[in-house]
Every structure is written in structure tokens, then in C-alpha cells.
Write a protein that binds this ligand. Sequence first.
Ligand code: BG6
Length: 490
Amino acid sequence: MQHGAECTPAFDMVIFGGAGDLAMRKLLPSLYQAHAAGLLHDDGRILALGLNEFTQDEYLAYVEQHSRPNVKESYTDAQWQSFKARLDYLHVDATQVDDYRALAEKLGPPAGRSVVFYLAMVPHLFARICENLAAVGLNHDQARVVLEKPLGTDLKSSNAINDAVARFFKEHQLYRIDHYLGKESVQNLMAIRFGNALFEPLWCREWIHDVQITISEELGVEGRGDFYNVTGAFRDMMQNHLLQLLCIVAMEPPASMDADAVRDEKLKVLKALRRFTPEDVEEKTVRGQYTAGAIGDRAVQGFLSEPGIPADSTTETYVALKAEIDNWRWVDVPFFLRTGKRMKDRLAEIVINFRDVPNTLFPSPLGRHTANRLVIRLQPDESVRLHFLAKEAGDTMRMQPAYLNLDFHEMFKVRRADAYERLLLDVIRGRLALFMRRDEAIEAWRWVEPIMETWKTSTTPPAQYAAGSWGPAEAEALLSRDKIVWHVES
Ligand code: BG6
């Protein structure tokens, strides 16, 4: 078993969309990894539900073909075979209440087990599924429901889904997943901030000049054209992942690590985010769309030529914006957020740029605002790097950039769970801290909505950027008004 980790209680993991893309790419491989690490209770069953008329053997063959290649670590034949023994398949049409009777019969009484319903389905079915579960008595106290994003397309539709689900399940039974919260470095960010005396006194407007949060991807829309064209980068990434990261950087120390204590603090940040007026949207946001280009040495097509994307689509594949938080800690500290598809590198990082020293005693080779910075890298590697200036060796007092680097893989040579594995284990164990509470989701929609509304009526098309670049030139201009540049480090 993994060092320091405890095994789950007995459980049933019921996956709606059990033969779907998410189940094959993420859920089953993550559950396998937890199994191989000895973290799943021996009495833990995984029941996949779907519309296909698979026999048990056909389903296992399907899993073999579509999911096993996605197992990235700890693979052994023996472990894989014993993992497959946990799997079962049931033909269920999620819209038909009669099918749920067979499900209830298969599950039997919960008898102290943790029963998880993972809704890896389109969100407009969530309400119906919850209603049907309740109709056959499966909304008992031990039931937990995982809601995959996107939870609606705006505040109204998100509220409608949440209201409908809340008729059958209590808030503490609902796990709104944002897989970025399950990433090791996101948790480390909290540990670094709140477990050390070093950073917290500097973590405020007196010492921080600006914060930059980047999530860039090399991937394009990857066969999800229909979905992506109506969703766009803003809803797909900004409304959830980037805002969640911003909350963790900006939140006040919670009274404890209890789920609600943490979520209360994140909520306060979302409430303090300054709302955008239509003029702000023009001035402080940049939408982009990729054109043909190259990722490494591979030529790739532009967004408008991707399957499922209309030739006149104005959907953004890139967003950059300047967010401001109106509270005592952060007023006047810009938070620059950006995300995009088909960018130069796959990267997720948080950069804290500290203010300059008040008086420059030594000649420095660097410009302003560059001497002290903390770079927290979430992927591809997990590291924390603290940049500062030091004297160059020799007679002169010339300064050179230097840094302290903490690479978590080097430092802690223990197996680390990937985001989905950690979050699935948390659901089985009933830990809510890394899941979004309803009021957080609502507040996030309230903040993004005026931006979406302004874009809807805007006559300015998204700025173009070549696939394989760092995004449109307009995003550089967004920062240059504050006399800074985006941090890029290889
Ligand atoms: C998902 C988005 O939430 O996150 C995808 O829907 C995106 O479009 C993915 O590719 C990125 O996640 P990660 O963990 O690979 O950075």
C-alpha cells in the first residue's frame, strides 16, 4: 500500500457512461492505479452502466481495448486481471426509470458501503438520472453523486441543473468535480502558503506586483468539435479551472482544512472579484482563435478547418484577461489569467511576481519586476522555483539571476496519485474539500456572465494566433500596459 495512505471503505462505484470516453480515458485507469497501489477496499465493486447491449465478457474486452492503453503506471498483468474482477456491466438507459430497478437490485442494500454514482454523461440528463435514482430508493444517506463539468452553459442553466439535482440529493452528497483541484501541486500550493511562515507575510499587495496563471495546451479540439464550438475556452477552462486556481492563490487562511472552511474562503474570493463592465471587457480581455501552424515539427490545421467547426465560428480557443480582487489583501494587484489550445507548450503554472526593492544599490542586468518571483509549476513537471538576484562571483558587485528549485519528483520519491485518482478516492471516502460547492459555482458564473454577454454582441472577431505560438499579440499588449510581460520559462 502507498506510504501514509489509507484504504477506502467498502464501496460501489456506479459509472453512468461506463463505456464512454471519460470512463475509458480517465476513470477506469485511475481506479486501476488506486487498486494497484492497494488503496481500494477488497470489497469495492465498479459497475459500469451504458446503452450498449454488452455481455460481461464483451464489456471486459471493450475495456481491454479502450482503457488498458490509458494505464500509465504500475501496470502488471496480474494486477490488471484482479482489477477486472471488480468490474461489472449493466445495460441501463439513463432516461428509463424501469432500468433503475435492475440497478437497485444489483446493488442491494448499502449496508455501510459508500455508494457513488458518477455521472459521466451530458448534463441535461443529470436531473432525470437523480430523479430516477430517487424513484427506486437509491438516494439514501450513503449515496454520493459526482457531477462532471460543464454544469450548464450559463448561470440560468447551471441553476436549473443544481435545483433539479437538489430535489433528490442533499448538498453534502454532491461532488462537483474540477479535476484541477485534484492535482498534486494545487494541494502543495495550499501547503506552501499555510504550512510555512516564510510566504504568508509577503502574500499581499504590499509585496506582490502581479500574479499570472497560465494553462496552455498543445492539443486542439481533438474530435470534440461539436462540443467545443458551443463551449469555447472561456467556459471550458476559465470559468472553472483557472478561477479555482486563482481562488487558492488568493484565499485567506481557512480556520481548518475542513471542506466548508476551505470552500467558505474560496467563495469570498469569488465574491470579491471585480465585475467587468462592457468597457472593461474591451480593455481587459483578449479572445483568440488559432490558425494553421505547427506543434513541434507537426503541421496542424486551423480551428476553422477542424471537423465539426463551422467556417464562420467565432468561438474562442484562447482567452487572456486581467482580473482584479477588491479586498484589502489584493486591491491593485492584477491577476492575469490565460489559457489556450494549440499553444507552444503544454504548461500549467502560477507565477507570483514580487515588487522591486525600493532602492537599487546594485547594477542589475534585469528590468523591473523580475528579480523575485515564485513559480509554481503544476505540469508537465511539479516544481516550485524561487527566483532572486545574487552577486556574480568575482571583484564586481554585478548581480545575476539565480533560483532555488524544488522538484517534487526528485524530493519525494513516492508514488503520487493523478488528479482523477485522488478525487475518486476522496469521493469514496466522503471528503468534499476538493469539490466545488454550489455557491462557488454560482459565483463563478456570475463573474463570467457579463464577459460572455459582451462578447456575444461584440463585432470584434477573436484575434488570430498561429498554432504553436504563445497566443495573439493582443495578449502581450494586455500586460504591457502594466509594464510587464508574460512569464515564459522552459
Ligand atoms: C478539461 C477540458 O476540463 O481539461 C479539456 O474540457 C482540457 O478541453 C482539459 O483539454 C485539460 O486538462 P489537463 O489536466 O490535461 O491540463
